[in-house]
Each structure stands twice: as structure tokens, then as C-alpha cells.
Design a protein around this ligand. Structure first.
Ligand SMILES: Nc1nc2c(ncn2[C@@H]2O[C@H](COP(=O)(O)OP(=O)(O)OP(=O)(O)O)[C@@H](O)[C@H]2O)c(=O)[nH]1
Length: 214
């Protein structure tokens, strides 16, 4: 990104905290590193969770991502509450050639059922279709049940589709913030804001028109 553009817009930069969650070995680090560096290394040596920061434009707005790459010890090591409450959005990852990893995400889905947190589901390793254990439809069904976006990617082979996954989650987080602001205003005004012309402007919604007033 143009450094000047980023510097000028820094004051209005939205921060989006993303926790990357999934069973061991599904490619959480590969996806995160792909998004951060556009590279694929192949073997990632980390035994504990890692945090990264990354500035990027999403829909022409500067976004500061903070990415928490989680590191479960085994298939029953689910993310703790602190991780869920820290995050603005969850990137839930399974591997299309590991059925247990879809089961892991179903358990995470049950864990977050009462949270209104934006989620995006990724079926990784779709370069390994010959070893597929999870159909596209099964991934889509889980996404429908969690009311979130879904796609299959291959961190090993793709750059743009991996970036799109992070962008989609960012859009969902920003949309959820706007929705919260609306309901807060509705509570304060004691009326439906959909009937009013609103001026709701904050660090996450600089795309809104500036001339609309309550
Ligand atoms: N074929 C293929 N292999 C992948 C892909 N993404 C990751 N891998 C491989 O899968 C293995 C695990 O990748 P990681 O990124 O370390 O997975 P992880 O989910 O972070 O693993 P933990 O940190 O142990 O939970 C590595 O050998 C990667 O090279 C992919 O899209 N296709």
C-alpha cells in the first residue's frame, strides 16, 4: 500500500482483531502467513499461539488487523473464553481432508452459540481433493448454521482467495459494529432509526455519507 495514503488515514484506521481457530494442522499458520506476507513456507515451527499486526486497505479504508494464530494441543483443546472475547471476528478453519477438523469446528460453533461474534469458515487444503473427507456441502451447511460466510481455499497454492477470506471477515466485523451503533441509537432515541436519516460516523464507517443528519 502507498505509505503516504496509510499515514494520512492512520487516525481513522479501524482495528480488527481476528482469532484464527481450528484443530491442529489444518493450516491456520499457513493461511495467516499467506495473508501477511503472500508467501507459503510449507513448514511452520510454532508451539504456542502467535500474534501478528498487519495494515491493509479493505474497500479503500485502512484496516489494522491484529491476528491471533491459535495453537491447540489436540483435537479436544477448544479455544478458551478469553480468546473469544478478545476477538472482533473468528476465522474458523478446517481441512477438507480431515473430517475430525470439521467436528472440531462444530464444537467451537456450540461454544460460541450465545456470542454475537462475526465468523467466517474456511475449508483449507483444497489442493488435496483426491484425499477429500469433507464435502463442500458439509462446509456450507455448517456456515449456514452459524450464519456466516464460507469458502474453500488452498493456502499452499493461492494468494488472492486467502486475502478475500480475511477481507470478508473484516467486512462482517465492520457491519456488526455499525449494527451495534444503530441499536444503541435506537435505545437512546426510543425509536426505530430506520425511519430517520442518520449521521453515524466513527472510525469504522468512514464510507458513510457525511451530509446525512438525524
Ligand atoms: N497440501 C496443503 N498443505 C497445507 C496447506 N496449508 C497448510 N498445509 C500444510 O499443513 C501442515 C500444517 O500447517 P500449519 O499452518 O502449521 O497448520 P496449523 O493449523 O497452524 O497447525 P498447529 O499450529 O499445529 O495447530 C503443514 O505441513 C503445511 O505445509 C494447503 O493449503 N495445502
Amino acid at each position: 500500500m502507498n505509505a503516504k495514503v496509510m499515514k494520512r488515514k492512520k487516525s481513522s484506521m479501524s482495528e480488527v482483531k481476528v482469532a484464527v481457530i481450528g484443530a491442529p494442522d489444518v493450516g491456520k499458520t499457513a493461511l495467516s502467513v499467506r495473508f501477511l506476507t503472500r508467501r507459503y513456507i510449507g513448514e511452520y515451527d510454532h508451539k504456542s499461539e502467535t500474534r501478528y499486526k498487519h495494515e491493509v486497505l479493505v474497500d479503500n479504508d485502512p484496516i489494522l488487523y491484529e491476528i491471533l494464530d491459535t495453537c491447540p494441543k489436540n483435537d479436544s483443546d477448544l479455544p478458551p473464553n478469553e480468546t473469544i472475547s478478545w476477538a472482533d471476528g473468528l476465522l474458523l478453519v478446517y481441512s477438507i481432508n480431515d473430517r475430525k477438523s470439521l467436528t472440531y469446528l462444530k464444537k467451537v460453533g456450540a461454544l460460541i452459540a450465545d456470542n454475537d461474534i462475526p465468523v467466517y469458515i474456511v475449508g483449507n487444503k483444497n489442493d488435496m481433493v483426491h484425499l477429500r473427507e469433507v464435502s463442500v456441502e458439509e462446509g456450507a451447511i455448517l456456515a449456514r448454521s452459524l450464519e456466516c460466510g464460507f469458502s474453500e481455499v488452498a493456502a499452499a497454492e493461492q494468494v488472492a482467495p486467502v486475502a478475500v477470506v480475511f477481507q470478508e471477515l473484516c467486512r462482517a466485523v465492520l457491519a456488526s459494529r455499525r449494527k451495534s451503533k444503530h441499536s444503541l441509537l435506537e435505545r437512546m432515541l426510543g425509536t426505530k432509526t430506520s425511519n430517520l436519516r442518520l449521521y453515524v460516523r466513527g472510525k469504522s464507517d468512514s464510507a458513510l455519507p457525511k451530509d446525512n443528519t438525524v
